[in-house]
Design a protein around this ligand. Structure first.
Ligand SMILES: [Zn+2]
Length: 206
């Protein structure tokens, strides 16, 4: 187990597997930090991500165990960057640039859907992938992004209101009034605000 402390629960609060991937890059003490410094980090993140998103599609592989290579890590990082750009563009209101879906579509082409009969006789939808290594991680993320973009409301996709934070989330709250990626971020932003207020009141006494 590496970097266990980095994988805190609040890394999985975005409401979407695809956004949780985007959120593996964050600002910590003013500096950009990448949770993925090695394939091992990715392996561990994936394990936790699957626990947080048990709803993700049924991808049936041939049982080959994952091999967490640097190549796979780089593919995931490239997809993450593409999703970040996509989300950054989508939170602009009005939409300034036309969304670039090239990489998302490449990832969606990693597998295909088919129908399968369960031992109980029910027919269920499953996915198979052409590449057991890449497909089993990149396809579920791509499908999550597809759901977010096609079934979600764009007005509910947000970047955290904290200027120092780069995390995204999908607001599932009833009133649609969530503004922060996490409670921690809200509290940090509040204390900065109070600190600035105190300073400005201090320097300009009424
Ligand atoms: Zn935040």
């Amino acid at each position: 187990m590496t970097n266990e402390k980095s994988f805190k629960d609040d890394r999985f609060l975005s409401g979407s597997l695809a956004l949780d991937l985007v959120n593996t890059e964050m600002i910590v003490r003013g500096k950009k930090q990448d949770l993925f410094t090695s394939p091992d980090d990715l392996a561990q993140w994936w394990q936790v991500a699957c626990a947080y998103h048990p709803e993700h599609e049924n991808i049936v592989g041939d049982g080959t165990p994952f091999v967490w290579t640097t190549e796979l890590l780089e593919e995931v990082k490239a997809f993450r960057q593409s999703l970040r750009l996509l989300c950054t563009g989508l939170v602009e209101d009005p939409l300034i640039t036309s969304p670039d879906l090239t990489m998302l579509n490449q990832m969606l082409a990693l597998g295909y859907q088919l129908a399968q009969v369960t031992p109980q006789g029910t027919i269920m939808a499953i996915y198979r992938v052409y590449d057991e290594q890449k497909g089993r991680i990149l396809l579920p993320i791509a499908l999550s992004a597809l759901r977010l973009l096609t079934e979600g409301e764009r007005s509910r996709l947000h970047k955290c209101k904290n200027d120092r934070c780069i995390l995204f989330f999908y607001d599932t709250s009833k009133g649609g009034s969530r503004q922060w990626c996490s409670l921690g971020c809200l509290n940090r932003a509040r204390s900065i605000y109070h600190y600035r207020q105190q300073r400005s009141t201090g320097s300009h006494p009424l």
